[in-house]
Design a protein. Sequence first.
Length: 393
Amino acid sequence: MEFFHNVNLDFLGKKWYFLAFSLIFSVAGVLSMLFWHHIPWGVDFRGGTLVTVKFAHPPDDAAIRAALDRAGLHDAKNQRYGQVPDNERLIDLDIRETSEKALDEGKLKIVQALEPANAPTGKIDLNNASSLTIKSYLLDRDPLHLGSDADAKYAAQAQAIVDRDKNLGGVFSSMDQLKGAPGVDPAVAALIPEGFYLSDFSVRDVAIVGPQVGAQLRKQAFWATVYSLAGMLVYLGFRFEWIYGVAAVITVFHDTLITVGAFSLTNTEISLTVIAALLTLIGYSNNDTIVVFDRIRENIKLMRREKLADIVNRSINQTLSRTILTAGLTFLTVLALFLFGGEVLHGFSLALVIGILIGTYSSIAIAAPILVAYQEWRVEKGKRPVAMPGKAR
């Protein structure tokens, strides 16, 4: 299947426009990484505490940021988690101690920051109360008039109140919901409002990544990328000529730099899934480049008397239909993933969307001109142009 027949576009004639385009985006990304947002590492790499908060009503992000700022959490990051109707937010705190105390500290800071200013004095927030706190309150009041097994039965009642995820969406919006909560006795439901009140939110989960783990992951991500580039260089140097391998590595480095720069410019966190996407793009971009290189090598054997620039141009035009077909279908897939994949896959799909566009562009606009530029340089130096004959292995 072909979209184009006998197309003859002068891609190499536009190389300076391509160079200007790449320089603008590369320099903008580098400047952002050096002076603006830097590299926006996610909590996986820099360490920190992630707190998942469930709201009873659609939350006001501006109000949340203001509340966190008033509580002294100036560097906290707040982002939507899950689907919009879930009313969940993921708050990133700069707490890196890996201990039970640090887990409690992260939860306490969020509760103190978000608790309403008009909270009733002397009452406990039911949405953020632990089962132990609820059990102690019930044991003290003893609404069921239990005997020796009061501890176990009130512990079950308290746990039934805390375990409200499936039936009540993870947060109480009204005390009346206690009456229908599975496992909650009517006498307990009637007593709870006397000692508890309801906030608009509930801290559902707290997770910590220590700084040592983050540093180790950054190191592993760096070496994974380096090994991928080195493997490409060796393979293409063996399969074609070493200049082909160098051109491919420069091209992939160009793609990675622009993609990471885009994350820095938009201040989008780079997580483990984003690194996985970048490694995927290294292979994808390399595959597109090899297709063009292979056609160049074939045409060099058939068009020995023509200039390499003309051979490269013709090779790009001959593979253009295939490039648009494969890249277009892949792009539509990852675009759907970006639009409908949810917050968890946002960074991964964004890296793929940017990378496929840049990777397809660079196979035509960066890799091929490098071959021609290198040959022209060798001719000026009076050396044999190594790119001309190609190796047939």
